[in-house]
Design a protein around this ligand. Structure first.
Ligand code: HEM
Length: 418
């Protein structure tokens, strides 16, 4: 039976069974579920949320942030990191703080970032003989070092990884609203802010602060009364640099690499692109690979008013105020209206069509950091001679029952390196 046949056979008087069934498919076989919904029920109201899977409707939702707001994010974000831009729409907080954060995440840092990422990856590869676990050695380490050394939020490794895991898990992967996951997020956020206060206070107390990291730029800017960014707002935004960066980039590196390594028809060209230091074609390979296994397939929104979705289509659907909406960017990237020959792996697509980093008012703040760090990491890994997935289960992504990749092993021909 297909997903919809089985779902429709569940009694409408049993919303818990319907919800459990939707979550089971989302975790187990989202691609088949999304394909069927895109073809047969593009707006699918169920007890978990209203899923919207066609590109036009997804873009419609993400473009109307006053109608489809991010207010639901406040439940996990506010107690953990304080009020934050991704839980506020069209507010002074969002307008003001996103501008300041964009100003400190400077474009002219990107060439240095690229070299920094390259140095981390090559150092790890040079101390490994013929293979490694990408998650344990590379994919978490790259964003961890970016946050510590490049952004300038320099807490100990163990704490940062714990804070990052707990906050990302509750804020973006806790569909069932597990209270244990929520509690761990709040505890991590409070601990992170408590760690940050004295760290940042020492910087505020230093009139000669001269490092050129985004955190130090933020401290210097916060002293300017025209910018009027209060100290607690600095703390929340520094937290955001960590929450947004580590597990997201780790997962993107692993999933994009795995897709490339498992496609024999694409891999030789991807390796050629990786080794061509004069071109950035590897970016297109990484973005396209991620389309086949995106790190996040949906953005959650809240309907602020009664309205209609799919206006003018046969599937136009009334949405009631207070509905939880899942704007499914993952399946939208397989909509022929946005991605021609969507099932084919093509690297000549416009890069701005991809929805990996969100769309509209809440488009990712770390977009350009991610768009440098992910392909650059993939480039170095694909450049190893005879690069391949490790044999057996260790060459498959292992989530170890959790929300993020924990293991994924690769191998190469060590002898050819000599
Ligand atoms: C692979 C890496 C990344 C992915 C896939 C990713 C994905 C996303 C997505 C999909 C959104 C939109 C969420 C929504 O509309 O509900 C978003 C927003 C955001 N991201 Fe990222 N992100 C990544 C890296 C980063 C990094 C490195 C940072 C930190 C510099 C960051 C910080 C943020 C922030 C602060 C927002 C909220 C922006 C706003 O509300 O206006 N992200 N990200």
């Amino acid at each position: 039976m297909s997903f919809l046949q089985e779902y429709d056979s569940i009694s409408t008087n049993d919303p818990s069974a319907q919800a459990a069934f939707v979550i089971k498919w989302l975790r187990g076989n989202p691609t088949a579920m999304f394909d069927e919904l895109r073809a047969d029920r593009p707006i699918f109201i169920n007890p978990v949320f209203t899923m919207v899977v066609r590109a036009t409707d997804v873009l419609d939702i993400l473009s109307q942030h006053q109608l489809f707001s991010v207010r639901l994010n406040a439940k996990s974000m506010d107690p953990a990191v304080g009020p934050f831009m991704l839980a506020r729409d069209e507010t002074e907080l969002n307008w003001h703080e996103k501008s300041i954060m964009r100003a400190v995440l400077r474009h002219d840092d990107l060439p240095r970032l690229k070299a920094f990422v390259g140095s981390i990856v090559t150092s790890e590869l040079s101390t490994s003989e013929g293979g490694l676990d990408v998650v344990a050695r590379i994919s978490r380490l790259v964003p961890l070092r970016i946050v510590q050394s490049f952004f300038g939020f320099a807490a100990p490794d163990e704490l940062m990884l714990k804070w990052s895991f707990a906050t990302q898990h509750a804020m973006f992967r806790n569909l069932g609203g597990d209270p244990v996951v929520e509690r761990a997020c709040i505890d991590a956020g409070v601990e992170m802010r408590n760690w940050l206060w004295p760290f940042l206070a020492a910087k505020w107390a230093d009139p000669g602060l001269s490092d050129d990291t985004p955190v130090d730029r933020l401290i210097r800017l916060s002293r300017n009364c025209d910018l009027a960014i209060a100290t607690d707002r600095v703390v929340s935004n520094v937290c955001g640099l960590l929450v947004g960066a580590i597990e997201t980039m780790s997962q993107a590196i692993v999933q994009s690499l795995e897709q490339l390594l498992q496609r024999n028809d694409v891999l030789p060209a991807a390796i050629k692109a990786a080794k061509d230091l004069g071109s950035d074609d590897i970016h297109s390979y990484a973005l396209e690979a991620l389309r086949f296994n995106p790190i996040t397939a949906m953005q959650i929104r809240y309907a602020e008013r009664d309205c209609q979705l799919g206006v003018g289509t046969p599937y136009a659907t009334k949405i009631t105020r207070g509905s939880r909406i899942a704007a499914c960017t993952g399946p939208a990237m397989f909509d022929e209206g946005l991605f021609r020959e969507a099932s084919a792996f093509k690297v000549d697509r416009p890069r701005e069509s991809y929805l990996h980093l969100g769309f509209g008012h809440h488009e990712c703040l770390g977009k350009y950091v991610a768009l440098v760090a992910i392909p650059e990491t993939v480039r170095h890994l694909l450049s190893m001679p005879g690069i391949r997935r490790a044999a057996g289960d260790s060459g498959k992504i292992d989530f170890a029952g959790g929300p993020f990749p924990e293991h994924f092993s690769i191998e190469w021909d060590q002898a050819k390196l000599q």
